[in-house]
Structure formats: C-alpha cells, structure tokens
Design a protein around this ligand. Structure first.
Ligand code: COA
Length: 237
C-alpha cells in the first residue's frame, strides 16, 4: 500500500486526533493520567486539536502518514508524529512561542467552560509528570544546542510493523543527523517499544517513575546521538 509521509496541515488535525486517541486508548500513561469514570472523549479531542494547532503555529516538525482514500477506512491518516525543534537551554523562548503558549492556555480555559472541566484529566498527576519531566530533561539533555524531542508518535494498530513508524521517525532523524543534533523521546511502554526505538538508533538513558499513591507510571527516556549516513556515531554528549 502506498504510504506518504507529509507535513501535517490544519486540515489533517481531526484525523490526526482520531489516530492518537485510538492508538493511546490502552496506553499505560494515558490510563494513569485520566480518570476513566470521568473521561470525556470530546473534551480530550478538543485538547489534542488545540495542542496540534499550537505545534503547527510554533513551526514544530509535525508529519502525518497517509494512505489513499478508500471505502474500507474512514480516515486517510494512519500515523502521526509531532516533534519539538531543538532549543538551546541558555536561550529564552521566542515571543511567538510565548504568544502561542498563552493562546493554548486560553483555548484550554474556553474548553473547560464549554465541557465543564478537563474531561477526566487528573491535574495533580499532570503537574507531577510535568515536574518530573523537567527534572529529567535538566539531567539528561546535556547538549547545549538542545534536542529534537518526539512529543507524540502514533501508528494505527492495523498499520504497525510495516515501516510507518520508521518513516515518521526518520523524516526528523535524517535532518537531525545533517545538523549533528541529538534526538530524545519518552515511551510509556517498555515492550515492544524499547526494541523498536533501539532499531531506530535510540538508547535508554534513564527511567522516570511517576508515582501517585498506589498507581505508578514508568516512562522510558531514550536518546539518539547524531549519526553519519553509514550509521556511525559522530558525537557523544
Ligand atoms: C511505536 C510505534 C510508533 C512504531 O511504529 P511501527 O510502524 O509499528 O514501527 P515500524 O514498523 O516502522 O518498525 C520499526 C522497527 O521496529 C521493528 N519492530 C516493529 N514492531 C516490533 C515489535 N513488536 N517487536 C520488535 N521489533 C519491532 C521493525 O522490524 C522495524 O525495524 P527494522 O526496520 O530494522 O526491521 C507504533 O508501534 C505505535 O504507534 N505503537 C503504539 C503507540 C505507542 O506506543 N507510541 C509511542 C509512544 S512513545
């Protein structure tokens, strides 16, 4: 089947949201973060759409894997990836990113009013995760130029194991290699994702344990050093 990896546009957002929601429905991080008795899939879709719009407006590297339209499937988007571009730790965020941060907060506030809350998102856990993520980045991100950060990657279940994930990763790692910049990701699944990402050049650097009462969510933090065309490592931070 012909699969095209193309930059995400605003028109792709609804299908990209659906792809992410179905892919992560059973994900350990998602199950830890959301209270399933209060979960509102429409509120979650609105939040994901606002985040994708934020990423597009910040010129983040965002791609979708598309198949040609067919009677057999409702969506042409079978994979999504959203990366953050590297940003030197010493530099403040640009005014345009700062403005987008505020715009995202404003949209979320409006959705809180429209949907009567956050749709089951456990804010205490969200803030715990954010704080642990910051500590981890401070400890692990040693390259002063910053990292390409894979914020989201999802491939529809029926398309997994067919090279779509590799394409969605390589579209950015090729650029990272040309620039000599490392890449970083966090995965909530050790099996099979660690093996998958190792095949794509990533190595486990640390684990993040987000513990709230008796519920725990482990995130596997992996770094990929820039490589030459032959696959040789060219820089160790
Ligand atoms: C993780 C994910 C993005 C990978 O995408 P994918 O399309 O399945 O991956 P690919 O088919 O491109 O495989 C990439 C490599 O991993 C290997 N691989 C794929 N599935 C594997 C498995 N279950 N076990 C071992 N290796 C596997 C492939 O053989 C390939 O290596 P190769 O090119 O050297 O042969 C996808 O499986 C997914 O969306 N999973 C659910 C959501 C998720 O966990 N997202 C990531 C959160 S960080």
């Amino acid at each position: 089947m012909a699969i095209a990896i193309v930059p995400m546009t605003e028109r792709d957002i609804p299908e990209a949201v659906e792809c992410v929601q179905t892919t992560f429905a059973e994900d350990p991080y998602f199950l830890w973060l959301f209270d399933n008795t209060k979960y509102n899939i429409h509120r979650n879709a609105a939040s994901l759409a606002a985040h994708f719009l934020y990423g597009l407006n910040c010129n983040s590297p965002m791609f979708v894997a598309k198949v040609p339209p067919s009677d057999k499937r409702s969506s042409t988007v079978v994979g999504v990836c959203w990366w953050f571009s590297p940003h030197p730790a010493s530099k403040p965020v640009s005014w345009s990113v700062w403005a987008q941060d505020w715009m995202l907060s404003f949209r979320q506030l409006m959705y809180n009013v429209q949907f009567g809350g956050r749709g089951g998102l456990n804010m205490r856990r969200y803030l715990l995760w954010k704080s642990m993520q910051k500590q981890t980045h401070d400890a692990v991100w040693k390259d002063p130029r910053g990292y390409y950060f894979c914020n989201v990657i999802a491939v529809s279940a029926e398309m997994r194991g067919k090279g779509v994930g590799r394409k969605l990763v390589e579209v950015v790692t090729r650029q990272a290699d040309r620039e000599g910049i490392p890449c970083y990701l966090e995965s909530s699944k050790g099996v099979p994702n660690m093996v998958i990402y190792q095949k794509l050049g990533f190595e486990l650097v640390t684990e993040m344990d987000c513990v709230d009462g008796k519920d725990k969510c482990k995130l596997y933090c992996m770094v990929r050093q820039p490589q030459e065309k032959t696959g040789t490592l060219i820089a160790e931070s």
